[in-house]
Design a protein around this ligand. Structure first.
Ligand SMILES: [Zn+2]
Length: 322
């Protein structure tokens, strides 16, 4: 199956500024753009003897900046007016608040992303375009910044998590992402960055509705699909959000933490492997996350972890900060 990591050669993106194009090409090569639909079981998900070990020696730091002290803002795009959607949005806000304050950050601390983050707010933003391209998304975010619906990322630790309503998909030729469209779906989420009019980096993750309709179109009943039909819509969204959040803060510009061999980011290496966290009595579905520290110490036998009690110390001193 085609993945979203393949190099881009679309006519549309050739119109971009060459430097920007280079960034996009590099990001595409590095697999920065999306959660794979296919589930590749990580080695510690199999009941495997040491023969099943699959260490990732190529996963390393490449010198680029990370988000060292994440500040998360949630944006609900489109029609969230129904009682059920309002309730889900409230739950997702609670989830993000809990996630960034939870021990989940103890995994991400090894990449220089700090050991706790902050939830800074949320907004509902109208949208009637149900087939979004990247440039539409940039326009929506910039307009929301201009109208003070969402904060300008003056603080470069700001990251935006965009939840789409069930009727909205993304189809972008440049990134080769198709999510929750009528056909040809190939991703469940992705993250990207653009520079705002005020010249700040706007890091954002796109999380589509992941309704049963979307899941059925995307997975077509495949047992290797990375999201489970038995999960609730909320569970699918929280699982994907943890994947994208982890990548967005550890590899915001595509030049920090990723695997040289295939461009995979920390979320990708454990794609489709769910777990849960419990914060103040609330239990949430998350994706288990790649831990380089555990990979090394276990010789590849324990790579996709749930949160340890204490923060894993940074693997590299003085990681660059966005
Ligand atoms: Zn990913």
């Amino acid at each position: 199956m085609k993945t979203v990591s393949e190099a881009d050669s679309s006519a549309e993106s050739k119109l971009l500024d060459p430097k920007r194009q280079e960034v996009i090409d590099n990001r595409a090569k590095r697999g920065v753009t999306g959660e794979r639909v296919e589930f590749k079981p990580p080695p510690d998900a199999r009941a495997a003897a040491p023969g099943g070990a699959d260490p990732h020696p190529g996963f390393s730091y490449h010198g680029g900046p990370v988000v060292a002290s994440p500040r998360v803002f949630a944006l609900f795009l489109g029609d969230w007016t129904s009682t059920a959607n309002q309730a889900r949005a409230t739950r997702l806000i609670q989830y993000l608040t809990d996630l960034v304050g939870s021990t989940y950050m103890n995994i991400l601390s090894q990449y220089g992303c700090g050991s706790s983050g902050t939830f800074i707010g949320s907004a509902f933003v109208a949208n009637t375009n149900h087939n979004l391209r990247e440039k539409d998304i940039h326009h929506i975010l910039q307009s929301a910044i201009n109208s003070n619906a969402i904060p300008e990322p003056t603080n470069h630790n700001n990251v935006y998590i965009v939840f789409l309503d069930d009727g909205t998909g993304v189809k972008d030729r440049g990134l080769k992402v198709v999510m929750c469209e009528a056909k040809s779906d190939n991703a469940f989420g992705y993250h990207n960055v653009f520079t705002t009019a005020a010249n700040n980096p706007c890091n954002y993750a796109m999380i589509p509705g992941l309704s049963d309709l979307c899941l059925n179109e995307t997975c077509k009943g495949s047992p290797t699909c990375s999201l489970n039909a038995n999960e609730t819509q909320e569970q699918r969204q929280t699982q994907v959000a943890s994947h994208e959040f982890s990548e967005m803060i550890s590899n915001p510009k595509g030049d920090a933490w990723f695997d040289d061999s295939d461009g995979e980011e920390n979320g990708d290496l454990c794609n489709g492997l769910s777990g849960s966290i419990t914060v103040n009595g609330r239990t949430w579905t998350v994706q288990r996350m790649y831990s380089k520290a555990d990979d090394v110490s276990s010789n590849g036998n324990n790579i996709c972890v749930l949160p340890p009690t204490h923060p894993i110390p940074p693997l590299v001193p003085n990681v660059a900060r966005l």
